[in-house]
Design a binder for this molecule. Structure first.
Ligand code: BES
Ligand code: MN
Ligand code: ZN
Length: 499
């Protein structure tokens, strides 16, 4: 999709479709009032007939309004004016894009960015408007023999900014929105691709491909032999049960000063999780192809960062492996030695995410990172705790946690913090090794993070459990691309691009 900024007189804008917001009880938004006036009160006259009163999720397409250059006007409900936020604007915008993309309109002007939402600056509104539109038109049909795309898909969207000048900062916000949306799409593509095609090797190849697109990005892939010499006994114990060799993908972006410490993102890249010898039940096991969504999201975030040319140093590390039952697979009771030297008793082979992440975290130490954020579909317990709305957040640094929470709420990609108190560490006691890989019945998301915290003592660290947010199940099954938005917002802030 192509995006551009528009300002000036609405009545004289030539477009196939003008999208206007209407608040509850038929209250016209500013741009709608302008159009109403120019058309001699036609808009309010039509609304009085009662087809629409501005409740959220309502819409009404109008044709040939008098004295208006736009061929169509699409009215969208915004809900009560007093409760109007960027979030409600984006929800209505999403509905409008879906409708236009399925219809015959290939180009439109969105006036919702011109509305005052109070809490967010116009730059943020523009970024989010682009991201939302791209989210709506995303399709995954790589695996269909005959794709059936919309007959006349949307191609061009203009974002109307009232009488504000089209400043460089606003143009840049649009480009940033496009870059983040591209990162989200990449992350969704990697995630939706099934386990037989999206192997650790495939993930590595896709990362390498990104590396060829920028001189500031260097990508290297560690093979099992190298992991062996580094002593990554925990990671390798998981991949031993699989015929696909594990990969440790390392992406280094140098956009900042050469001496400045990098931010570091680690993503769980488990390309299929059958549970191993602690085999999972069959129902919905296909969804365990999504167990690499953490890895996909940090690769997507790197892609966005490179496109935005952020003036920061960023390192992304993705431990990639499968978890399958096999004669060589981990067995309950096995004890392995991690790269850190700490030993682990594997009481459940299905708690494999932490086993591959712990060695990646130890590997991260060599970068002396300013902060480390790991992202993982780590625990079913996180879905029990938070459902599909918020990602779980746990951290050894409250300031870092606060930054991530704020980034998530600004970017419409929220997280919610859970405690990482010492008391929970006791649940990981093992009679035979330094720790067990599971923590018993209660607080599964917290004990998983406690496990990781033992490999994150040397830096400021936060963990995002995205088990409930990375994909949707059911009729609408598909990757969401979360938390690329949250992470990109965090990077934008660290880079000084947003306040
Ligand atoms: N990848 C799963 C977590 C998961 C399950 C995410 C369902 C999303 C949906 C992870 O490897 C796992 O199996 N975790 C176990 C841990 C348990 C054995 C302590 C779980 O959550 O059941
Ligand atoms: Mn598992
Ligand atoms: Zn898993």
């Amino acid at each position: 999709m192509q995006y551009l900024l528009k300002s000036g007189d609405l009545a004289n804008l030539r477009t196939a479709c003008l999208v206007l917001g209407i608040h509850s009880r038929r209250r016209l938004s500013g741009p709608a009032a302008d159009i109403d006036k120019a058309s001699g009160g036609q808009l309010s006259a039509i609304l009085k007939r009662g087809d629409m009163d501005g409740e959220a999720e309502q819409s009404l397409m109008l044709y040939d309004l008098p004295k208006i250059q736009a061929e169509r006007v699409l009215l969208v409900g915004l809900g009560p004016e007093k409760e109007f936020t960027l979030k409600s604007a984006l929800k209505s915008w999403a509905g409008a894009v879906r409708m236009l993309n399925q219809g015959s309109v290939i180009e439109a002007v969105n006036t919702l960015p011109a509305l005052e939402t109070g809490e967010s600056g116009l730059d943020q509104v523009l970024r989010e408007s682009v991201i939302t539109a791209e989210d709506q038109v995303y399709r995954f049909d790589q695996c269909k023999s005959k794709a059936e795309p919309p007959k006349r898909p949307l191609k061009k969207l203009a974002l109307y900014i009232g009488d504000q000048p089209k400043s460089q900062a606003l143009q840049r916000a649009v480009s940033e929105g496009e870059a983040i949306a591209a990162g989200i799409s990449l992350s969704k593509d990697l995630a939706n691709l099934p386990g037989n095609l999206c192997t650790p090797g495939h993930l590595a190849e896709q990362a390498r491909k990104l590396g060829r697109q920028s001189t500031k990005l260097k990508v290297s892939v560690l093979e099992e032999k190298q992991m062996e010499s580094l002593g990554m006994g925990s990671l390798l114990s998981v991949s031993r049960g699989s015929r696909e060799p594990a990969k440790l993908i390392v992406m280094e972006y140098k956009g900042g000063k050469s001496g400045s410490r990098p931010l570091l993102l680690v993503g769980k890249g488990l390309t299929f999780d059958a549970g191993g010898i602690s085999l999972k039940p069959a129902a919905a096991m296909d969804e365990m192809k999504y167990d690499m969504c953490g890895g996909a999201s940090v690769i997507g975030t790197m892609a966005a960062c490179v496109k935005m040319e952020l003036p920061i140093n960023l390192v992304v590390i993705v431990p990639a492996s499968e978890n399958l039952p096999d004669g060589a697979a981990n067995k309950p009771g096995d004890i392995v030695t991690s790269m850190s030297g700490q030993t682990i008793e594997i009481l459940n082979t299905d708690a494999e995410g932490r086993l591959i992440l712990c060695d990646a975290l130890t590997y991260a130490e060599r970068y002396k990172p300013a902060a480390v954020v790991d992202v993982a579909t780590l625990t079913g317990a996180c879905i029990i705790a938070l459902g599909n709305q918020a990602s779980g957040l746990l951290s050894n640094d409250d300031k870092l946690a606060g930054e991530l929470l704020e980034a998530g709420s600004r970017a419409n990609d929220r997280a919610w913090q859970l405690p990482l108190w010492d008391e929970y560490q006791d649940q990981l006691k093992s009679n035979f090794a330094d720790m067990a890989n599971i923590g018993g019945k209660g607080a599964g998301t917290i004990t998983a993070a406690c496990f990781l915290s033992r490999y994150a003592r040397k830096f400021k660290w936060a963990h995002l459990d995205i088990a409930g947010t990375a994909w949707r199940s059911g009729e609408d099954k598909g990757a969401t691309g979360r938390p690329v938005s949250l992470l990109s917002q965090f990077l934008l802030k660290r880079a000084g691009r947003v306040k």
